[in-house]
Write a protein that binds this ligand. Structure first.
Ligand SMILES: *Cc1c(COP(=O)(O)O)cnc(C)c1O
Length: 351
C-alpha cells in the first residue's frame, strides 16, 4: 500500500555517507570536522537547553546580527536555515523559475532537489580536467555551483565569478561555499558589487557543528527577503534555539575555529604529500578533503580494503570519477593511521 503522490514515484533520494558508530572506526567519509565544538559553544548549548519550553526566535536575530558582523554585511543580507541543505532546498523550490543548472560532478544533493521540485535545467559537464567553465552555462535559469567544488576540491577565483555575474545580470548565481573557510577563494567580500550572487554556507565543515544543522545564505537584501517569505510559509521555527546559540558562540570564539582550520590545512598538505609518494595523483585541494587517483590500483579496491581496516572514506560509483577516492581530513593521528593502511594496500598489490 502506498499513499505517495504519484509525482514522486521516480524520486531517487540522496544517499548520505555512512554514519557507522563502531568503536575504533576512523571516519573520513563525510567531510565532518574531526575536532569537537569549543567549550564556549558547548556551554551556550547547555544554557539554552534549559529554556527549550519556549519556541526558538523565528527571526534568528542574534545569529543573523552576528553573521552580518562577521562578514561585514547588513542583517537583511543574511538568511538562516536548518543546515545549508535546507537553504538549498528553499532556493531550488522558490528561486528557479527558468530552471537550474549545476556541474555534472558536484554535491549529489543538487540533482536530488532538482528532481524533487521537478525543475527544468540539469547538469553542465566540468571540463576534461574536472574544472568548472562558467561560460559553458546557459544564458537563462539559475546557476549553482560549489566553490571550492566537491568532490574535486578545486576552487575558481572569486574575481572570475564576479565578472561572470556582471555579464549575467538577469540570472541568479548561487555559490555554495561549504568549504570556503579552508580556501582563499570566498566571493563574500565582493557581494555588494552585484545584486545577483547568493552565497550558501554551513557550520558543518569548518565550524564543528554538522550535528547542529546550521546553514545560511548571504546576498542581496531583496533575494534574502524572498527566501524569508518562503521560510515563513513553511516553518518559521526551522532552526532550534540550541543551534542558534551555538552559532553565535562559534563566531565569538573565532580563535578556536581558526586554530582548528589551521590544523586541518596542515594535515591536508601532509596527507597530499604522503599520497603522492605512494603513487597517487592528488588534486590541489582548497577544502577539508582530498581527491586522489592511484596510478595503478583501482579506487574501489582501496575503498573496500580500507573499510576492512575500519577506515571509512568515500568512493563514488559515477562515470567520470570512478577511479578517484575522496578522503576527509581527520586529526593528524587519524591521517597517520590512514597513510599506513594505504601503504599496506599498495605493498600488497605490488607483491
Ligand atoms: C556538506 C555540504 C553541504 C551540506 O551542508 P549542511 O549544512 O550540513 O546541510 C552543502 N553543500 C556542499 C557542497 C557540501 O559539501
Amino acid at each position: 500500500m502506498s499513499f505517495l503522490n504519484s509525482k514522486y514515484n521516480n524520486l531517487v533520494p540522496y544517499k548520505p555517507g555512512e554514519q557507522l558508530k563502531a568503536n575504533n572506526l576512523i571516519k573520513l567519509n563525510t567531510n565532518e570536522n574531526p575536532y569537537p565544538p569549543s567549550k564556549m559553544v558547548i556551554e551556550a548549548i547547555q544554557v539554552e537547553s534549559g529554556k527549550l519550553n519556549r519556541y526558538s526566535d523565528p527571526d534568528c536575530t542574534e545569529l543573523t546580527n552576528a553573521l552580518a558582523k562577521h562578514y561585514n554585511l547588513q542583517s537583511n543580507q543574511v538568511f538562516i536555515g536548518n543546515g545549508s541543505d535546507e537553504v538549498l532546498s528553499f532556493i531550488f523550490q522558490g528561486l528557479t523559475e527558468d530552471g537550474i543548472y549545476y556541474p555534472d560532478i558536484t554535491y549529489g544533493f543538487y540533482k536530488v532537489y532538482q528532481d524533487f521540485y521537478q525543475l527544468k535545467g540539469g547538469e553542465v559537464p566540468l571540463n576534461q580536467d574536472l574544472k568548472l567553465v562558467l561560460n559553458d552555462y546557459p544564458i537563462e535559469g539559475t546557476i549553482l555551483f560549489a566553490n571550492p567544488n566537491a568532490p574535486t576540491a578545486y576552487a575558481i577565483d572569486p574575481k572570475e565569478i564576479l565578472s561572470f555575474a556582471k555579464e549575467r545580470k538577469n540570472q541568479l548565481i548561487v555559490v555554495d561555499e561549504a568549504y570556503a573557510d579552508f580556501s582563499t577563494s570566498s566571493i563574500v567580500p565582493f557581494l555588494n558589487e552585484v545584486d545577483n550572487i547568493l552565497v550558501v554556507a554551513t557550520y558543518s565543515k569548518s565550524r564543528q557543528l554538522a550535528g547542529g544543522r546550521l546553514g545560511y545564505a548571504l546576498g542581496n537584501s531583496s533575494v534574502i527577503a524572498d527566501l524569508q517569505k518562503l521560510r515563513f510559509s513553511v516553518n518559521p521555527y526551522n532552526v532550534n534555539s540550541m543551534s542558534l546559540a551555538a552559532g553565535v558562540a562559534s563566531l565569538a570564539d573565532q580563535a578556536y575555529v581558526d586554530k582548528t582550520i589551521e590544523k586541518i590545512i596542515f594535515s591536508r598538505e601532509w596527507t597530499k604529500d604522503k599520497l603522492r609518494s605512494l603513487g597517487f595523483i592528488v588534486t590541489e585541494s582548497q577544502t577539508n578533503f582530498v581527491f586522489a587517483e592511484h596510478e595503478s590500483i583501482a579506487a574501489e579496491h582501496i575503498f573496500l580494503e580500507l573499510r576492512k581496516k575500519n577506515i571509512l572514506i568515500r568512493w563514488f560509483n559515477q562515470e567520470r570519477i570512478k577511479n578517484f577516492i575522496r578522503i576527509s581530513i581527520g586529526s593528524q593521528d587519524e591521517m597517520i593511521s590512514l597513510i599506513s593502511a594505504i601503504e599496506e594496500i599498495v605493498l600488497d598489490k605490488e607483491e
